[in-house]
Ligand binder design. Structure first.
Ligand code: ADP
Ligand code: MG
Length: 239
């Protein structure tokens, strides 16, 4: 009986996700439809502006689909020893270019951390998602801090911004699929980060102060991580 309940809960979670993704994709579709209809009637200068909106909404729908797939798909991942610092250094030029365009900067503080068993692509995605959120939270100039640290058998990756901070009542909802406060957000970035962290024996803590900024701290348990199967491993649906 207990098993059955567990199975039903799983099914209903998938059902719930399916229902919300339908809803989330319909929103941009409705906007696109409306603006395409308007474009037929309006002058070329207005059309230009509507064209932009239609493209943005198409991108958004596309982002929702690809984020959702990486979140919900069962898949085979290659887990191999790799260096977290190296991942950060590889992504750094990309982040810096993004930051510079916003008048922001990125600062690294990397401890000498040992290799972890990881899927490189997922670790990059984890870092990119946290860093992009940090930059998006800084409405003007600001510094994005990325740090690694080795402490008591744990490796931590901290991404800290000097942005708006997160009000208490929203912190609870951060990892809920589709929770977003952004016009073009998908609300799937953090749920994806959490499932990636968990696949790497990690957890995510959030420390935030309104008006001062936010730290996302991913802590990997090295002993548990080193027991992760190497080579190609089959992973089930993330949380
Ligand atoms: P998205 O970025 O598409 O909105 P996420 O799952 O990445 O989706 O983030 C969900 C929400 O969490 C964001 O819309 C934002 O309100 C909040 N959030 C995430 N990271 C930060 C941050 N560093 N500072 C402030 N708010 C944040
Ligand atoms: Mg995001």
């Amino acid at each position: 009986l207990r098993n059955e309940v567990g199975r039903m809960e799983r099914l209903s979670l998938v059902g719930q996700m399916a229902a919300s993704i339908t809803h989330e994709i319909r929103n941009p579709m409705a906007v696109i439809r409306g603006f395409v209809q308007l474009m037929r009637e309006k002058s070329p200068s207005d059309q230009q502006q509507y064209f932009r909106i239609v493209m943005d909404e198409l991108d958004r729908a596309n982002n929702i689909i690809s984020d959702f797939l990486s979140l919900a798909q069962n898949r085979v991942l290659t887990m191999e020893p790799g260096s977290l610092n190296e991942i950060i250094l590889t992504i750094f030029p990309l982040l810096e270019a993004d930051a510079n365009m916003r008048g922001q900067a990125v600062q690294l503080e990397l401890d000498d951390v040992p290799d972890m068993i990881m899927n490189e692509k997922e670790m990059k995605q984890l870092l990119l998602n946290l860093a992009r959120n940090g930059m998006e939270a800084m409405t003007d100039k600001g510094m994005l801090h990325i740090a690694t640290k080795l402490e008591d058998g744990y490796i931590s990756l901290t991404v800290r911004d000097e942005g708006t901070g997160i009000p208490q009542h929203k912190i609870k909802r951060l990892f809920e699929p589709f929770f977003t406060t952004k016009q073009r957000g998908t609300g799937l970035g953090l749920p994806l980060c959490l499932s990636i962290a968990e696949r790497h024996s990690g957890r995510i803590d959030v420390i935030s102060k309104l008006g001062e900024g936010t730290s996302f701290i991913v802590t990997f348990d090295l002993a548990a991580n080193h027991k992760e199967p190497r080579g190609r491993a089959y992973y089930e649906t993330g949380s």
